[in-house]
Design a protein around this ligand. Structure first.
Ligand SMILES: C[S@@+](CC[C@H](N)C(=O)[O-])C[C@H]1O[C@@H](n2cnc3c(N)ncnc32)[C@H](O)[C@@H]1O
Length: 331
């Protein structure tokens, strides 16, 4: 599986160390996103994954002074950072919503808002990877938490303590696509009986033990896929993405039948995925809507970052941007 959100902070230097980056994160494919969303003065635009505000600030500049920017993020710290940054750098006061983009439709309906564009830049930001206490990186010693929303109930250590060997195998296979899933799960279950698995170093060591002599041959650190799988499960990343795509699809259907929704006819969508599980969901949903005639301007192939961007920001290397326009614009 192609994997940009590779929780290994060590290789590739530039762009990996969130602490050394301006604002803790570099926005990926910024020019391409702006071209796809094409925001203009006075419009209402949603940044469904505000992060450190890299995309949000540039969107805000283009819709200010009369536009409305709606920011969402699971992580209250990043949401506050992004909204403060937008306010400081552009003078625009965004609407900030802490929560999952899964409920973006409900949030907009509750405020009787309709958007002209939406961007979702999936996964996690570099600053989150760097914060050892989040436990997202096997290269940083910390508790096995992994929650992007600190208010959500389940930590990675809870899953490691409670899932059966079969369930762990399934989780690591489905969300990490790791061929060694069964061996890793068996190792976890055997080990947790002696000592609860509560920190990143402990889990990384167990995965290396499960890989055994194969550790040396592995192209990625053996723990990469297990950490990714746990992160996806803890934050219900694919469930949230499916819910977002269903909300978009429902609105597109309403627009096609002449009714209204939380997206305006002609709304532009841009979604950046970083691994094949995400990109597949976006690709399939866009293709379904296109087949029904609910989308325009859908490129069949996703856009990828330029070589220059990948050289200056290694986190961009697996990005895939899919964009399309919903319904027809009202002139
Ligand atoms: C790749 S970062 C976005 C970076 C941002 N575009 C920037 O330029 O700074 C992804 C952000 O999405 C947030 N996130 C992940 N899953 C989410 C979800 N289901 N709903 C809302 N935000 C989510 C993460 O907490 C993180 O801050």
């Amino acid at each position: 599986m192609t994997n940009l959100n590779d929780p290994d902070p060590r290789p590739n230097g530039a762009g990996v160390d969130g602490k050394s980056l301006p604002h803790g994160h570099l926005p990926v494919m910024l020019d391409e996103v702006l071209e796809a969303v094409n925001p203009s003065e006075g419009e209402t635009i949603i940044d469904a994954t505000a992060g450190r505000g890299g995309h949000a600030v540039e969107l805000a500049r283009r819709i200010a002074p009369n536009g409305t920017l709606i920011l969402l993020d699971l992580d209250p710290g990043n949401l506050t950072y992004a909204s403060d940054r937008v306010r400081d750098e552009t003078g625009l006061d965004p609407i900030s919503i802490q929560g999952s983009f899964a409920s973006v439709g409900r949030e907009l309906r509750a405020r009787t808002l309709q958007a002209d564009g939406l961007i979702a830049d999936l996964g996690f930001a570099s600053n989150q990877l760097e914060e050892a206490e989040r436990g997202l990186s096997f290269g940083r010693e910390g508790p096995l938490d992994m929650r992007l929303d600190p208010g959500s109930p389940l930590k990675a250590s809870d899953l490691l303590a409670s899932l059966s060997e079969d369930e762990l195998t399934d989780l690591i296979r489905r969300f990490g696509e790791d061929p060694a899933a069964r061996r890793i799960a068996r190792k976890i279950v055997a080990n947790r009986a002696e000592k609860p698995i509560l920190d990143t170093a402990h889990l990384a060591r167990l995965v290396c033990e499960a890989y055994g002599s194969r550790t040396r041959e592995a192209r990625l650190h053996p723990a990469t896929r297990t950490f990714q799988a746990l992160r996806i499960a803890v934050n219900d990343e694919l469930g949230a993405l499916e819910a977002l795509l269903e909300e978009i699809e429902r609105t597109a259907r309403h627009l096609a039948t002449g009714s209204t929704g939380w997206l305006r006819p002609g709304a532009r969508l841009a979604i950046i995925g970083f691994h094949s599980l995400e990109d597949r969901l976006v690709k399939q949903a866009f293709a379904r809507m296109d087949d029904k005639g609910w989308l325009k301007d859908r490129a069949r192939k996703p856009l990828t970052p330029t070589q220059a961007e990948v050289r200056s920001n290694s986190r961009a290397r697996s990005a895939k941007l899919r964009s399309a326009t919903v319904g027809t614009p009202r002139n």
